[in-house]
Ligand binder design. Structure first.
Ligand code: CA
Length: 309
């Protein structure tokens, strides 16, 4: 597997930004010292497998890691600013650089970084372990999103939330600085661990990174529900002592073709009582008595309302 799975995040952000006015997040996910311009690895944790050789280093073109590998074949110049991070060594080893990142809920988060490497052996070996211990060839560089509670060397599926990048056999042994992005939005509301891991038991290998950042954008406020349209009511009239209603719309679900041509009918008991008591009956469309109108299949309901006029 080589490559980034998070390009979708870019399009999501672009569409949302064009269509909606976004509220500013109260805060945003922060990567501490993600550009390494402190000249150190402050904010990150470095773990090296016991017994091995080498580590991660902050470096610049003028200050390479103090190793034979960097002296003989230094990593590319930092692609952003003066400093970047790289692994280097004088012997076999396994090296991890990580930082835990808290992602705000109800927001989108796009991780970006610039990745590059040099594998002097020309060949990758990518077993499902970060153990360099001789016995199997292991020469790989990978980037993962981990559960923060996981062992920093774990590649177990239960610990790896997202395998972002991995060098595989047959791929070019050198990658020039390359900007990559990954959508962290599925993990909004969580703290995740961003891990860079380089393993070498075949020869010199510099796994490098610079300009790590997370762009956070609040999700749009939900639009208010539209007001429900008022239900149509039959026109109500009061004609002295003989109440008459105009024709009403057919009940919901009744085809207009089934409505007879009659445009008015004399209201029955409900309207008669209305007239006698100086009460006008306002019948909702669904409440109009239909049994007296030929061709309407349904019967009346008792939902008519009354109000004094
Ligand atoms: Ca930098």
């Amino acid at each position: 597997m080589r490559g980034i799975l998070g390009r979708r995040g870019l399009s999501v952000l672009a569409v949302a930004g064009a269509a909606l006015v976004m509220a500013s997040p109260a805060w945003a996910a922060t990567v501490v010292n993600g550009d390494f311009e402190t000249g150190t690895l402050a904010g990150f944790t470095v773990v090296n497998q016991p017994g091995g050789n080498g580590s991660y280093f902050a470096y610049s073109s003028a200050n390479q890691p103090p190793t034979g590998c960097a002296e003989n074949d230094p990593p590319a110049a930092p692609p952003q600013g003066t400093f970047a991070a790289t692994s280097s060594q004088d012997g076999v080893g396994s090296h991890v650089l990580y930082q835990d990142i808290t992602l705000e809920p109800n927001a989108t988060h796009e991780l970006s970084f610039t990745l590059y490497y040099k594998n002097s052996t020309g060949v990758f070996h990518t077993p499902s372990t970060l153990d360099y211990t001789p016995g199997s060839q292991n020469q790989q560089y990978r980037v993962d999103i981990l559960e923060p509670s996981a062992d920093p060397f774990s590649v177990a599926p239960a610990d790896v939330l997202a395998p972002i990048f991995r060098t595989d056999p047959g791929e070019p042994s050198t990658l020039d600085p390359t900007p990559l992005t990954f959508n962290l939005s599925p993990y909004a509301g969580q703290t995740v661990r961003l891990r860079f891991a380089e393993v070498d038991n075949q020869g010199c290998f510099s796994g490098s990174v610079d300009d790590i950042d997370v762009r956070t954008q609040a999700e749009p406020e939900p639009e208010p529900e539209p007001e429900p349209a008022p239900k149509p009511q039959a026109e109500c009239t009061k004609r002295g002592t003989s109440g008459t209603t105009s024709s009403a719309a057919p009940p919901a679900g009744t085809s207009s073709a089934a409505v007879p041509a009659t445009t008015s009918s004399t209201a029955s008991a409900a309207t008669t009582s209305c007239a006698a008591a100086a009460v006008m009956t306002c019948s909702a469309a669904a409440a109009v008595t239909t049994s007296s109108v030929a061709g309407w299949a349904t019967t009346s309901s008792s939902a008519a309302t009354e109000r004094t006029v």
